[in-house]
Design a protein around this ligand. Structure first.
Ligand SMILES: Nc1ncnc2c1ncn2[C@@H]1O[C@H](COP(=O)(O)OP(=O)(O)OP(=O)(O)O)[C@@H](O)[C@H]1O
Length: 352
């Protein structure tokens, strides 16, 4: 198990991680999510003893990394797949790591097979594609057959077959009882891979819960409703709003309705003499729940390209440009939604 207690890291005036406490338990894939610059890599580096906390502590199996006996055989990590001597072959790279950790050479050939690099094992790694480099990094993490594994963006650069392979590998490692802690920006992938989520924003904990609970706490079920013509859509919108629903236009012309049951929506449409072409139940995706949770914790946001021919974002998507004071209104609060804890911490003076 990985345990962080009050973990804080400052780089000069910059607070990268602030008072972070969480546990990563064995037997599950725990996804580590957060916007760019939110402190995920810094946290992973502190777990691995590559950076010292300014305050607080983080332990693996009760010990700080540097006090673990034979750490490479207990903890495996992929932090930066490019951190390989390009002149060395994949096999030589792994052999040198194995020698340092007292791992027998036959294990190198085993892990090369596990990651599918056996055919290029003697080729120089500088000729490797991004995906091959990721596989080599994963092979290095698996070398010591460790009980605790950390992966920073493991699917970066992998093709769909590679992504599926990583997904299955993570699940298998967790099913074997290992602790698997994996960061990713690919929400659809995390929804399929992770059992549990730790979400941070600007270095602070936003959520520590199961994927299922995270989605239901940060989104609400909604109905998609489609009326044939714009006039009937406007009439239906007015009737639904009057009945207490929240109605948002979807980019494809349908309506996203929250706050009313499907039978009620159907009755309202019938009473207003409006035909429906679609009335279907939906649950928000992990991506939508994540966007809602982290909307005020994003440090880097793009601005619209004003050049001729570039379109404004379709309705329903968050606006681009500087974060407006009423940013939360881009995603209005949904019925039954938990308050976003980050919103209340946004003006905290001690977090930069
Ligand atoms: N060595 C350093 N010196 C100064 N600032 C740093 C250093 N390392 C990280 N930071 C800053 O700390 C913050 C957190 O960075 P970190 O790389 O941990 O974020 P991240 O969540 O991993 O981002 P990404 O998703 O983009 O990889 C950023 O503002 C970053 O600029």
């Amino acid at each position: 198990m990985i345990e962080a207690v009050g973990l804080t890291k400052r780089y000069g005036a910059k607070t990268a991680v602030h008072n972070l406490s969480f546990q990563v338990r064995p037997g599950a894939v725990t996804g580590f999510l957060g916007p760019n610059g939110s402190g995920k890599s810094t946290t992973m580096r502190m777990i691995l003893g590559l950076d010292m906390p300014t305050s607080g502590r983080v332990t693996i199996g009760g010990h700080p990394y540097h006090k673990l006996p034979n750490a490479p055989r207990q903890v495996g990590a992929l932090l930066d797949a490019k951190a390989v001597h390009g002149g060395r072959s994949a096999r030589m790279h792994l052999l040198s790591l194995a020698q340092l950790a007292g791992i027998p050479a036959r294990r190198v050939d085993e892990v090369l097979g596990v990651v599918g690099l056996q055919d290029v094992a003697r080729k120089r790694s500088k000729g490797f594609s991004l995906g091959m480099g990721q596989r080599l990094g994963i092979a290095a993490a698996l070398l010591g057959d460790p009980a605790v594994l950390l992966f920073d963006e493991p699917v970066n650069g992998l093709d769909p077959e590679g992504i599926l392979w990583v997904r299955n590998l993570m699940k298998r490692l967790a099913a074997e009882g290992r602790t698997v802690f994996v960061s990713s920006h690919l929400m659809s992938e995390m929804a399929l891979t992770a059992d549990h989520l730790i979400v941070i924003g600007r270095g602070q904990l936003l959520a520590d819960m199961s994927v299922k609970d995270f989605i239901s706490a940060n989104s609400a079920d909604f109905a998609r409703v489609r009326a044939p013509e714009p006039e009937s859509r406007d009439k239906l919108t007015a009737a639904l709003v009057e009945a207490g629903a929240q109605v948002l236009p979807e980019p494809d012309g349908a309506l996203r309705v929250t706050g009313l049951t499907l039978p009620r929506i159907s009755d309202i449409a019938h009473d207003a003499d409006i035909r429906l072409w679609e009335l279907s139940p939906h649950q928000a995706s992990l991506e939508e729940a994540y966007m809602r949770m982290t909307q005020t914790a994003v440090d880097y946001r793009s601005t619209a390209d004003r050049r001729h021919g570039f379109q404004a974002p379709p309705p329903g998507l968050p606006p681009t440009g500087p974060v407006p004071p009423n940013w939360g209104e881009a995603y209005p609060a949904l019925p039954g939604e938990q308050p976003n804890p980050y919103t209340t911490q946004r003006d905290s003076k001690d977090v930069r």
